[in-house]
Design a protein around this ligand. Structure first.
Ligand SMILES: Cc1cc2nc3c(=O)[nH]c(=O)nc-3n(C[C@H](O)[C@H](O)[C@H](O)COP(=O)(O)OP(=O)(O)OC[C@H]3O[C@@H](n4cnc5c(N)ncnc54)[C@H](O)[C@@H]3O)c2cc1C
Length: 415
């Protein structure tokens, strides 16, 4: 009988928790180590694309997801005057076998945490364990932890493998690539918020308006608030002329005056941007950053996953979905490969180039490049869209991105 394999997962975010569920299914004994003392429902809205929903469905989470996720029915792009550039159905509405969900990041994380505790046991998640360093060998890794608040050493643990899902400031990535430095700033800042407000368009529409250097994104996220009202997640995005103002931290709250004046006349009739931002209590600031793709993620018994492996601009609704796809690939590799070292390399082979392509595509605005083209060709707005951009060009750009991100309908529905 072969000995049970063991894994240490660093980070209890979406990537780490789904990895725990997938490795558990592959017969691995898993422990998740999370830096914070209490995992709380932080963040605002995110999107789960159909390929990620498929993986969560296979993990038995479909019913729970349905309760907290709002199935996005379509995606529309507009120019800065609210003139429509593009519209496409999404999720089940577009013929996918799985929905696309607009969902509160924190609620999704809590759902996953509960599933990990239910399926793996309460003791599978250790909080107040911040990884500081590790010693890795081809067949095992010893990880050292401290309590980040007190600085006290809280233990060292070993396992046959260590999966680093410790986010954009990954300690493990820094250890593997000590000269890499900080995330790379795009010159743009994102301000994010959530507010209950009047619903807009179909009540299930995700919209993006503007262009690369000034954009507004909005979509409803709570299926329990419907009809005339909606819990709307929004993101205002602006290019700035300064250095990156602060370290990338998803929880930094700021004063709305930093961005609100730039959007003061963005009342489209069907969506009143200044009103929506005024109605929002807490606004969070995040510099739009990413990192260059790496040549390798897996070294012996250690690998990187999710934002630790491939942080990307939040364009095309990919951050959480790609972390979930990583977890799925790792689970598959673990079942198929004869050794951990080979499994971690096989996982890297399945995912590294794919995610590197998304990082690069997002630097060129991903599917939202159509908005940039329209701004460049018709900065004062347009009378007829097809004088500005053809349907073919629109389809090439938006359809091409779906292939890069792995969710073109044909590929996904045949899985
Ligand atoms: C608090 C928070 C809020 C966010 N809000 C949004 C949002 O509103 N919109 C959006 O698009 N994306 C948001 N994100 C990012 C989004 O969740 C990720 O892009 C995506 O889900 C991929 O997740 P991940 O698990 O790879 O990384 P993350 O979600 O960043 O999770 C990493 C986890 O690792 C833990 N960790 C970090 N270092 C260590 C260490 N040394 N030892 C142990 N644990 C460690 C962190 O506390 C965190 O729980 C947020 C992330 C965080 C952490």
């Amino acid at each position: 009988m072969s000995k049970t394999k063991t894994a240490i997962i660093i980070g209890g975010g979406i990537g780490g928790l789904v990895t725990a569920l997938k490795l558990h299914r592959a017969g691995v004994k898993v422990r998740v180590f999370e830096s914070v003392e209490n995992i709380r429902a932080l963040g605002v809205g995110i999107n789960l694309l159909p390929h990620a929903v498929r993986i969560l469905t296979e993990l038995g989470l479909a019913e729970k997801l349905e309760k907290i996720g709002l199935p996005t029915a379509e995606l529309s792009y507009f120019n800065k005057y609210g003139q429509q550039i593009w519209q496409e159905p999404r999720g089940v509405n577009a013929g996918y076998h799985y929905p696309q969900y607009s969902i509160h990041r924190g609620r999704l994380q809590m759902l996953l945490l509960e599933a990990v505790k239910e399926q793996l046991g309460e003791e599978a998640v250790l909080t107040s364990h911040h990884l500081t360093s590790f010693d890795s060998f081809s067949d095992y890794t010893v990880a050292h932890f401290e309590n980040k608040k007190t600085g006290e050493h809280v233990g060292s643990y070993d396992a046959n493998m260590m999966i680093a899902a410790d986010g954009i400031h990954s300690v493990v990535r820094k250890h593997l690539y000590p000269n890499e430095g900080d995330p790379i700033f795009s010159g743009r800042i994102l301000w994010r918020g959530l507010a209950e407000a009047s619903s807009f368009l179909t009540g299930k529409t995700m919209i993006m308006a503007g262009f690369q250097d000034q954009k507004f994104v909005a979509y409803p996220v709570d299926p329990e608030i419907s009809g005339d009202r909606a819990l709307i997640n929004w993101i205002a995005e602006l290019a700035i002329d300064e250095e990156m103002p602060s370290r990338a931290d998803w929880n930094r709250k700021i004063d709305k005056e930093k961005f609100a004046p730039a959007f003061a006349d963005w009342d489209f009739g069907w969506l009143n941007v200044p009103q929506l931002t005024r109605d929002t209590e807490a606004v969070y600031e995040f510099p739009m950053v990413d990192r260059d793709p790496l040549p390798a993620w897996s070294f012996g018994s250690v690998t990187l996953l999710g934002d630790a492996a491939h942080p990307m601009y939040p364009i095309g609704s990919n951050g959480a979905s790609q972390a979930i796809l990583d977890a799925d690939a790792l689970g598959q590799a673990m079942k198929e490969q004869p050794s951990i070292e080979l499994a971690l390399k096989a996982y890297e082979k399945m995912r590294l180039d794919t995610t590197a392509n998304i990082v690069r595509s997002n630097r060129k605005n991903g599917p939202e490049h159509v908005m940039q083209i329209v701004e460049e060709r018709a900065p004062e707005g347009f009378d007829a869209l097809n004088n500005v951009i053809s349907q073919e060009e629109l389809e090439d750009i938006t359809g091409g991105y779906k292939k890069i991100a792995g969710f073109d309908k044909q590929t996904l529905n045949t899985k």
